[in-house]
Ligand binder design. Structure first.
Ligand SMILES: Cc1cc2nc3c(=O)[nH]c(=O)nc-3n(C[C@H](O)[C@H](O)[C@H](O)COP(=O)(O)O)c2cc1C
Length: 270
């Protein structure tokens, strides 16, 4: 059919697992082993290669030689549970900026978050310019005013936020963050916002392992997701891109000593 799959027939045991896991259903098994049955549709997720127990399969879109073995050591579930519970939104930062290399390391993990049809393609802009951050927060406040005037259901909430921001002079919008990360996705990617949410989850969980703290900048993010032109202009967002997420990042000023409780689990089994 095409040259997508490369099968080492000496190693292939024709177990069919590659075909079973292919999300696009483009792999079938015949007497010779796996073969690709459709020219298009591979989303380069790499499942077929990663799952092959004998290392018999490569895929030209995600070659065997680019995949590394899964580490043998597994996180125990209690440690994993407590680790995830200990993630907190960090809104108080030390004055120093996070180094570029560290921000690259932080964002690198986001590449492994799930994206619809493995669309990936997130692009980031890191803003460390104090004046620009202030302009962004001010533009968001202006947008809130417009939303209130247009009868937004969030009018009362925005009104109280604006009181804090404009009358009390407290930066409830950007929390005096020294750095903001903007996530951009292609305008044509309708799942950009959902993809970004997944990415932020990875980034927020990974951040404390490299000494960083993050919080989703919800007001700016919501404003940006509407395509608010003044915000796009401040960031010089290319026409083909949309802002899909905004995150504040920095070195946490405080340490947390306790794990909080949450609403109890509500679940129904049918
Ligand atoms: C979509 C979304 C938007 C958020 N927006 C803001 C925000 O604008 N400012 C802020 O300080 N925290 C924001 N947060 C953080 C939440 O307030 C926080 O997750 C929640 O209070 C629970 O606290 P924790 O994250 O420390 O566990 C946001 C979180 C999410 C998921």
């Amino acid at each position: 059919m095409n040259n997508l799959l490369i099968v080492d027939h000496d190693k292939c045991v024709k177990c069919g697992i590659c075909a079973n896991v292919c999300p696009s259903c483009i792999i079938a098994l015949d007497d010779n082993g796996p073969k690709c049955v459709r020219d298009r549709g591979c989303m380069a997720c790499g499942h077929c290669v990663a799952v092959c127990p004998t290392g018999a399969l490569s895929n030209s879109r995600c070659p065997l030689e680019e995949q590394i073995p899964v580490p043998a050591e597994k996180l125990n579930s209690e440690d994993a549970y407590n680790f995830m519970r200990s993630r907190r939104s960090i809104r108080n930062f030390k004055p120093q900026l996070v180094e570029e290399e560290k921000i690259r390391k932080l964002l690198d993990i986001a590449r492994y978050a799930p994206t619809a049809a493995n669309s990936q393609g997130m692009y980031y802009i890191v803003v460390s310019d104090e004046k620009l951050i202030r302009q962004i927060a001010d533009a968001t406040a202006d947008w809130m005013e417009l939303e209130m005037a247009a009868g937004s259901p969030r009018a009362r909430y925005f009104n109280s936020v604006l009181k804090v921001y404009r009358e009390q002079g407290v930066d409830i919008i950007a929390r005096n963050a020294k750095q903001l990360i903007f996530a951009l996705a292609r305008r044509l990617n309708e799942t950009g916002v959902s993809n970004c949410e997944q990415s932020w989850a990875y980034v927020e969980l990974y951040a404390p392992t490299i000494g960083l703290g993050t919080t989703i900048c919800g007001f700016i993010q919501t404003c940006a997701q509407t395509g608010y032109a003044p915000l796009r202009e401040l960031l010089k967002v290319p026409t083909k891109q949309n802002i899909v997420g905004v995150l504040m990042v920095g070195y946490p000023k405080y340490q947390y000593y306790r794990l909080v409780e949450r609403q109890h689990l509500k679940v129904e089994f049918r």
